[in-house]
Design a protein. Sequence first.
Length: 560
Amino acid sequence: MTAANTAPTLDFIRTIIAADVKAGKNGGQVVTRFPPEPNGYLHIGHAKAIGLNFGVAQEFGGHCNLRFDDTDPTKEEEHYVEAIKRDIRWLGWDWGERLYFASDYFEQLYEWAILLIEKGLAYVCDLSADQVREYRGTLTEPGKDSPYRNRSVEENLDLFRRMRAGEFPEGSRTLRAKIDMASPNIGLRDPVMYRILYATHYRQGTKWCIYPTYDWTHGQSDSIEGVTHSLCSLEFENHRPLYDWFIEKLGIFPSRQTEFARFNLSNMLMSKRYLRPLVEEGHVSGWDDPRMPTLSGLRRRGYTPAAIRRFIGEVGVAKRENLVDIALLEHHLREDLNKRAARVMAVLNPLKVVIENYPEGQVEELEAVNNPEDPSAGTRQVPFAREIYIEKDDFREDPPKKYFRLAPGREVRLRYGYYLKCTGVVKDEKTGEMVELRCTHDPATRGGWSPDGRKVQGTIHWVSAAQALPAEVRLYDRLFTVEDPSGDDFKAYLNPQSLERLTDCLVEPSLAGSAAGSIYQFERQGYFCTDPDTSAGKLVFNRSVSLRDTWAKIERGAQG
């Protein structure tokens, strides 16, 4: 387990653990666990649970287990296991030798189920799933006893063993705990412990045809592993009485469950019941689509572990759920990338410029700073020639107020280059579309400064036409159009403009051979990450996050 966070504040969970350690509870030991189900990819909400469980264990000199709660063979797969392990390590944590699987405890769980039957605390029920729900009652009305609730211990033992032997059809019988059908906590109204399911488990194969439910497995797995502090999200608060009931009736290690609030991120959904349909129905390209809140998607988009950890640290640990503005996450990403990202020039919507007073055939190398925030990053050489490309948006024939970029007769500074003045516009004779600018440069302003003290207000980026490399750039917006898209109709809020592909982009030649995962600041454009789709002859970049840019506001004001 490795250190990944700065010193945290003493939140309510750390306060509880500190008190337990001081009192000598569990011999002063602290053991936590992160228990994902391997039926999907981790999302940023899991990052909070990961940081909390691994973090508090480290802070109190304990350890954190990684346990896969793999009790549903119809949804769980090995590749999810590997993806989850990869994401946890990427965040900066490691479980060492403490890797566990709930499926390895199936035999022990079965024996404990036998023990509860022998104590008269569990019974085999023949009600269908719909009937179980009907008998359970409501929040205002008590449930009613199953007609099979008072079977004898001997009959229950016989039926349960025959369930394991595969003698009954799938779904025809369950094993239920015998607690209280009138309990105000619906979770205590004889919850199901086992169901018959003929499916191949990714680790156990066909050894089992009865599978334990999550509620039956979770607490006992914590107990087997000696987990002292079982930290769960708030949705499990109503499950805690059942968790404690099983531990008490079995007389096993009394792990303590404590709940903390999940956070929700605006314009995103963080539940696999929502994310899975997005993947399976093709609304996104996969679990690692850069629009997804999954850790793999964020990584592909260019998010860093440091930015996510700082964001999680600022969100903190609370007792009530809240909606966090995604702008806060983007803020932490900008703060991190500003320090580490190499600066390069890229033109996303190219407009050709011919510098008429620059010698034909001449190419010179101009010195460019790699990162002004990091002097040790040094400089690089960028080629400059008679023909260059600039952004279409950096030129206006009829510029609005406060527009300081290039316009007819106006002079601007080329980044790291020369002062440039527009002398003419070439348009397509048929469409009237602007296709080329004619300009002149001031040779005395090499490096972007005038020896006579002449100043210009605008600085624009560019690439040399002959040496620039073609690239595809993918611009991402919010996946959903509303802050909270949760609900049965969540797909109605999908943003049709969440992805824009620009296929005619040009980047400076220093990006040749850029490896997947490399992060850059495209000057004046934002932060971008090289996508795994990049191959020989095809550069692909994903925009991680935009820069703080007032130009969009100016443009909107001019159009209004």
